[in-house]
Design a protein around this ligand. Structure first.
Ligand code: UTP
Length: 313
């Protein structure tokens, strides 16, 4: 089922403190994942789901983001003269993906505040939110499923991922009820970054949302929460418990591939996972990885001090 929703908000105004100093003068969404900035994967995903009217909410280093999705005529002419058509196509591709608008968040007062800044552009219709540091594998079509579910239930939809209970404190956690669909749950409550003991479940909210416009009114009155930031999760909590006024909240349980490029370790894993599947890089990288792993494996019973003397390769 194709959706009539065409607008997407991509908040990219966070400070990216986990990546300092790399993010001192560059948004973390511009960090390369293989040979594309993380944000390009997200814009490609939105465009593939039919979301071609995009508002990017930016902070301090907005130039890098704007330039990336803009034409770069000097570079294009140079590549054209050299006859480098492959690279020319890659450069042009980024500027043809969608109609992208930019607005500033001002102060980074939280994800909820960043989404609220897009109110004027979005207007009175459902819209999607994609976090710029959360990559969903294009083969897993999560957003398309969420858009279809929004059309069917006329509610706000969040994406939920089952995580290890020890990790739930890093996410918003959902209390849920089953529906007739094993992949869809009704969300009855949400808690931002709970301790393992306080978490209502190990279902974590990840960076894809399809929201009803009522979220803007709720965000207007949402006070700062965890981390003294205006949290989107807190607004969704209110919507989950007031289904008559706001349409309620449902969750699509995601069982596919996700890469969190906002976390350093997950970022490294994302690059490796995506590169091994590439035709141009995969074969050589796989061979090297085998050798690298073999030379770093600790044989059973040998402590770290002895590893250097038994390493192979
Ligand atoms: P994070 O919680 O990952 O925060 O934001 P952050 O500041 O980007 O990164 P760290 O934790 O300091 O390393 C989740 C998403 O919300 C956006 C971020 O850009 C990211 O896509 N965000 C967050 C905003 O746009 N504005 C904010 O005020 C906060």
């Amino acid at each position: 089922m194709s959706s009539t929703i065409t607008k997407a908000v991509i908040p990219a105004a966070g400070l990216g403190t986990r990546f300092l100093p790399a993010t001192k003068a560059m948004p973390k969404e511009m960090l390369p994942v293989v040979d594309k900035p993380a944000i390009q994967y997200v814009v490609e995903e939105a465009a593939a789901a039919g979301l071609t009217d995009i508002v990017m909410v930016t902070g301090r280093h907005k130039n890098a983001l704007e330039n990336h999705f803009d034409r770069m005529t000097e570079l294009e002419s140079l590549l054209e003269i050299k006859g480098d058509h492959d690279r020319l196509a890659k450069v042009r591709h980024a500027s043809r993906l969608a109609d992208i608008h930019y607005l500033r968040q001002g102060d980074p007062l939280g994800l909820g505040h960043a989404v609220l800044r897009a109110r004027m552009h979005v207007g009175d219709q459902p819209f999607a939110v994609l976090l710029g540091d959360d990559l969903i594998d294009v083969r897993d079509a999560l957003l398309t499923r969420m858009l279809a579910e929004q059309g069917k239930r006329n509610a706000s939809i969040v994406a939920l991922l089952e995580v290890d209970p020890s990790q739930i404190h890093l996410y918003g956690a959902a209390a849920v009820e089953a529906t007739d669909d094993p992949d869809v749950v009704r969300v009855t409550g949400l808690v931002e970054k709970p301790s393992t003991e306080d978490a209502p479940s190990n279902l974590a909210i990840i960076g894809r949302y399809v929201l009803r416009p009522e979220v803007f009114d709720v965000l207007e009155r949402t006070p700062p929460g965890k981390g003294n930031e205006i949290q989107l999760t807190d607004a969704l909590q209110e919507m989950a418990v007031t289904p008559n006024a706001t349409g309620g909240v449902y969750g699509v349980i995601f069982r596919g591939r996700r890469y969190d490029t906002g976390d350093r370790l997950d970022y490294i894993k994302a690059i490796v996972q995506l590169a091994v599947e590439r035709e141009d890089l995969g074969p050589d990288l796989r061979t090297w990885l085998h050798e690298f792993v073999a030379s770093h494996v600790e044989p059973a019973g040998v402590g770290p001090a002895a590893v250097g003397s038994v390493a192979v390769g």
